[in-house]
Design a protein around this ligand. Sequence first.
Ligand SMILES: Cc1cc2nc3c(=O)[nH]c(=O)nc-3n(C[C@H](O)[C@H](O)[C@H](O)COP(=O)(O)OP(=O)(O)OC[C@H]3O[C@@H](n4cnc5c(N)ncnc54)[C@H](O)[C@@H]3O)c2cc1C
Length: 415
Amino acid sequence: MTTAETETVESFRLRARAWLAENMPRLDADAPLPTLGDDDHEWVRARELQKLLHAGGFAGICFPREYGGLGLSPAHQRAFTEETAGYEMPVQLNIPTFSIVAATLLDMGSEEQKRERISAAIRGDEVLCQFLSEPSGGSDLAGLLTRAELDGDTWILNGQKTWSTSAYAADWGLCLARTNWDVPKHRGLTMFLIPTEAPGLHMNRVKMVNGSREFCEEFFTDVQLPASAVVGEVNNGWAVASRQLFHERNAVGGGSPYVSGIAGRPRALGGQSLFTVARATGRAAEPGVRERVGEWVALEAVKNQMVSRVSRAIGSGALPPPAASLLRLFHAEAAQRGTDLAMDIAGAQIAAGVGTDEGVTGRAGVSYLSRQGASLGGGSSEMARNQISERLLGMPREPAADRDIPFNQVKRGRV
Ligand SMILES: Cc1cc2nc3c(=O)[nH]c(=O)nc-3n(C[C@H](O)[C@H](O)[C@H](O)COP(=O)(O)OP(=O)(O)OC[C@H]3O[C@@H](n4cnc5c(N)ncnc54)[C@H](O)[C@@H]3O)c2cc1C
């Protein structure tokens, strides 16, 4: 089909509706929520569901056809997502595989990287992850210490990464490393695409306070990478990372066109709505509780409106890409407020349930333990505020002692 013959959104929607009814498994609303920390089978399932979508011709809706997608518009994707309500979908693949890593490769990768990795992800054969943050700090990403050195034609990678979401389930990761120490920090970085099975890469899963083991830490010891592993240009990795951070803020904020399907049971609030919490605690009729639920509904409505407005403005060029920080920031504020409201409503019942992670209030309680994650994932809320003030409002940049200083002369840690 040429662009001129592109199917209308309405025809696509009707075709998707019929196909979903015939082919996609229905969500079982009464099935127990999966146990945090024990989600390996969910990844197997996500790959199966993605293969199903691909076989049916509904995978990679906004990715170009030459890389295995359908080359359709965000409006087609929105229509498809609306139709998926009530069906199982491979939502684990939305972030970071499609909306961050594949999206970054599409913008910045080589032809080979795009043809191989994006299409493998769309087929359901591969999962992608990101190796950015390091133990020395994630906000100052350009100050990272993992190094890659050239030995003949081969890059040798050494260092450590941390907080890599679902890396244990991934096949490839985007990894930012320092390749020149004699220039200021942003100018000596290179992005690499590395297989998670590479010899010399050792990965541990990290158990969090809420029981989840979705994060990993990685140790790289003399990992060998070919020249073709470089994404973008050598020493211009900051350009790739900036694009990646844009996609991350957009995805976390809810504005990415590469996200497909509604998370049947969103992770915030332990995968349940504030209505469910109010009913389960027997307080749904109390005026104070109804006010709180109303506040949550209003926040969700504002968030959805904001996503479509800001996404359209970035798409048309009316707002620059850093505007994705608006979505990212509001997402964190709304998610944390929702968790706090659930805590208010459930009160002591939350505390009683936390130990067991069972029942509606137990889930909400466990979710409260990780409420802070919303203001860190995808870059912290403070960094989002910095972006908004400096890049959107034109306020002065925050002072930086290491600006324009060769990285090997920058004082670090206790030095
Ligand atoms: C749910 C989730 C998923 C994640 N997934 C990934 C992933 O897949 N891959 C990956 O590489 N990383 C991932 N991360 C890590 C994330 O990117 C970092 O947590 C984040 O960038 C902050 O880095 P940090 O935790 O090292 O905190 P730090 O950078 O040490 O910051 C600590 C505190 O200081 C504040 N701060 C730091 N600098 C400034 C400044 N200049 N101005 C104002 N305040 C400042 C921060 O806002 C924060 O509150 C994830 C984190 C979470 C919570």
